[in-house]
Structures are given as C-alpha cells and as structure tokens.
Write a protein that binds this ligand. Structure first.
Ligand SMILES: Cc1cc2nc3c(=O)[nH]c(=O)nc-3n(C[C@H](O)[C@H](O)[C@H](O)COP(=O)(O)OP(=O)(O)OC[C@H]3O[C@@H](n4cnc5c(N)ncnc54)[C@H](O)[C@@H]3O)c2cc1C
Length: 385
C-alpha cells in the first residue's frame, strides 16, 4: 500500500557518516534532498563507541562549516604519530611539520553521526526512516523510483548509494565489485591507560599483525589490531584483564597498564572497488563504492571527500542525474581511492606476504621515507586533506 509519494531532486540511501554528510552539504544547495535510513542513530550514551575514527583536518573543517562538527563533540587532536616496523624501521609524523594544529582528530562514529543528524534536522532535510524494498529504474533522462517497506515512494532524478559496503542499491543496479580478502580482521577496543598519551598515536607492524594505539580524551585509548582472521576468535574470547595485558605488552607498555572499558569487537577486512560508480541518475559513494585496509585510517575520510566533491559539483544546479557531471565526479575521485588502496595494500603485503628476506628492505624503506623530508611531506599532505 502506498502511504506517501514524493518527487525529489536527490534521494540518498544510507544515513551513516558519508550519506548524512552529503545530505547536509546538499541542504545548502539548490536541490530538494531526501535521506532514507532504516536505522536512525539514537542519542549517544556516556559509554565509548566501539567505532572510533581519525578524521582528517580537511574533512573536519568541511563538516564544521556545515554545522555537523562542533566543539561539544568528544574529540582528541592527534599531535604526532610514531610508526614502527618489525625490525628497526621507523617513521614519525608531527603536526608541527604540517603547520596544522593536528594531524587528525579522533572522535566516535556514533556521536559524530548524531551531530550531523542534529544539523540535518535543523536544516529541515526530509528523512525517511524506512527500509527500501524495491527500485524501478527509469529510462535515460527519466526519474528512478524507490519503494520503502512502510509504503513511502520516492521519485528522484539522482539516487545516491551511501548504504555501506554491502550496498543494497549497488546490488539492485547489478553493479559488480572487485573484492580482495586481506584474510585479516580488525579487532577494535577501548582502554583507560596508566600514563598520559600526550595526543600521540603509535602503530606497530608486528609479525602477528598491525597494532594501532589511537589517543582519546582523558587518558583513554582506542586500538585497531589487524590480525589474521583465525587469531581473532582467541583474542575476543580472552578475559578483559588478559586482553588488556596482551595489548599493553604488544605496545611495549608505552602507556603502562591498560584497563578495558568497552568490549572488543572484530571486523573482517576487505578491499572493495565497485566496477561502476555512476550511471545516469545514479552515484555511489563511501563504502558502497570502495573500502580500504584501516591501517591508514582513511576509509571514512575517502567517503567524506567523495561527498565533498559531489556536493560541490551539484551546487551549480541543473539536472543532478546528468551523466556527464557524474562521470567527472567518478573520474576525479578514482585516483585518490586507487592510490590509497595501493598504498595500504602494498604496505600490508610487504609485511605479511613477502616474508623475512624483505624484512631489511621494508624497514630500511621506512627509515629512508622518514629521512626524506619531501616524500614524507607529500604523504602527510595527502592524509590531512
Ligand atoms: C576496524 C576498522 C577501523 C576503521 N578505522 C577507520 C579510521 O580510523 N578512519 C577512517 O577514515 N575510516 C576507518 N574505517 C572505515 C570506516 O569505518 C568506513 O569507511 C565508514 O564507516 C563508511 O561509512 P559509510 O557512511 O560509507 O557506510 P556505513 O557506515 O556502513 O553506513 C551505511 C548506512 O547505510 C544504512 N543502510 C544499510 N542498508 C540500507 C538500505 N538498503 N537503504 C538505506 N540505508 C541503508 C546503514 O544503516 C548505515 O547507516 C575503519 C573500518 C574498520 C573495519
């Protein structure tokens, strides 16, 4: 039964960070926008969210300008990062070298999503909290129609798939996907630490995986430990004390004793790349279009850069589903995504697939990059965008 019908310029499926940020950016433009999200975020509790990300200064400035990032957000500036190889290799990044106040800002997924949604509501963006169940594709130049489970029907000149790595809309469009299984899972957990972290992040390329310590406010710490999938179950079943002890030891006790404050969770890690990002009246972005290894903390940042560019390109008005402009969006975003997939994939492979004979080479490589100012500066310039 059709309960309500709307004709809109743009309908975005997925109100996670990427889709919600796009909807907010588009609310300042000439088009009528609707966001469809079956699981709206709830008001954040005092507990720490298991999903904590490092947001680049460029993306934070963009969100701030839209009213989606405010000082009330629980956040921690990242002043420096120390990366250690499995031998003597070492890379250090310092915010002072970039001329920026921070290399990145740590914040919880749930709290940031909540802030963006508050801003969306303040801007009067139409939100449909239903699950799409069918899509009818219009002919070239004709609108597409999305039908939702509680009876809402939406016609749009542009449909945006921002519905995550398992994108329903991408599947409905029959768009294929390149998938590379990293055979690793990312174990995430939060801890209280004995010693102050001074806003420094650490990352260790160990023989059993990549461990990252990411600072949070008030002597708290978030970790991402990317390890072979078969090793994750054992870690998840440990007692909180045993896991805290193992994580503290694996990090050389740089922050002293740790105490687990949120239960550990694990996510399988895969590189994904959609075969097509755009069609007439259809655009993919964020995890629906691509996923990367989290070792560089860039997944959601790439998605925000997709949203930034798409919103910027649509700001001049006209038909939002026109394929020429959408192709130009896809072309301009592909290079950033492909280079990040190559860098993270090659780093992971050089440590875990090439084996011991390459150990000296890769550790020397890290130390050389560290000593070579311009290459390191280029890496940092890319990461802070
Ligand atoms: C262990 C780990 C650590 C990470 N760390 C970082 C980091 O430090 N920095 C970083 O930048 N990235 C990081 N990432 C990547 C980051 O988590 C993702 O890139 C990001 O969350 C993707 O956001 P999204 O909005 O595209 O998708 P999602 O967050 O998956 O949001 C998709 C939304 O679509 C909704 N949805 C689902 N189906 C439908 C449907 N049919 N119709 C409508 N809506 C639907 C969902 O409810 C959801 O709200 C990490 C990833 C992992 C696994």
């Amino acid at each position: 039964m059709v309960r309500a019908q709307f004709k809109r310029d743009i309908v975005i499926l997925g109100g996670g960070l990427n889709g919600a940020a796009l909807a907010l950016a588009l609310s300042y433009g000439p088009h009528e926008v609707t966001l469809v999200e079956p699981c709206p975020p709830s008001s954040p509790a005092a507990d720490w969210d298991a999903r904590i990300y490092a947001y680049s200064p460029g993306n934070v400035a963009w969100l701030r300008g839209l009213g989606g990032w405010t000082d009330t957000l629980r956040q921690q500036p990242l002043h420096a990062m120390r990366v250690h190889g499995d031998a003597q290799g070492q890379l250090t990044f310092d915010a002072l070298e970039t001329g920026l106040p921070a290399l990145a800002f740590m914040a919880e997924n749930g709290r940031l999503q909540w802030q963006i949604w508050q801003a969306l509501q303040a801007r009067g963006v139409q939100i449909v909290s239903e699950r799409p169940v069918a899509v009818e594709w219009g002919e070239r130049g004709v609108v597409h129609r999305v039908c939702c489970d509680a009876g809402t029907e939406l016609e749009a000149r542009l449909l945006v798939a921002a519905d995550g790595a398992h994108s329903w809309l991408r599947q409905q469009a029959g768009i294929g996907l390149d998938v590379e299984d990293y055979c690793q899972s990312g174990l995430v957990a939060n801890f209280e630490c004995e010693h102050p972290h001074r806003g420094i992040a650490w990352q260790w390329f160990r023989s059993d995986g990549i461990l990252a310590y990411l600072p949070l406010p008030n002597r708290h710490l978030s970790i991402v430990w990317s390890t072979p999938t078969e090793a994750v179950a054992a870690r998840l079943s440990q007692s909180p004390e045993a896991l805290a002890h193992e994580v503290a030891e694996a990090g050389g006790r740089v922050l002293g004793d740790l105490r687990l404050i949120t239960p550990a969770q694990a996510f399988p890690l895969k590189r994904r790349l959609a075969h097509e990002w755009v069609r007439p009246g259809l655009a993919l972005l964020g995890d629906a279009a691509h996923t990367v290894h989290p070792l560089a903390g860039q997944g959601v940042n790439l998605g925000f850069r997709d949203s930034r560019l798409l919103a910027e390109m649509l700001a001049s008005g006209g038909d939002p589903g026109e394929i020429g402009r959408l192709q130009s969006y896809a072309l301009r975003r592909r290079e950033d995504v492909l280079s990040m997939q190559a860098v993270t994939g090659n780093l992971k492979r050089s440590f875990y697939e090439l084996g011991a004979p390459f150990g000296a080479w890769r550790n020397t490589g890290m130390t050389i990059v560290n000593a070579l100012g311009p290459l390191k500066q280029a890496l940092m310039r890319h990461a802070v965008q």
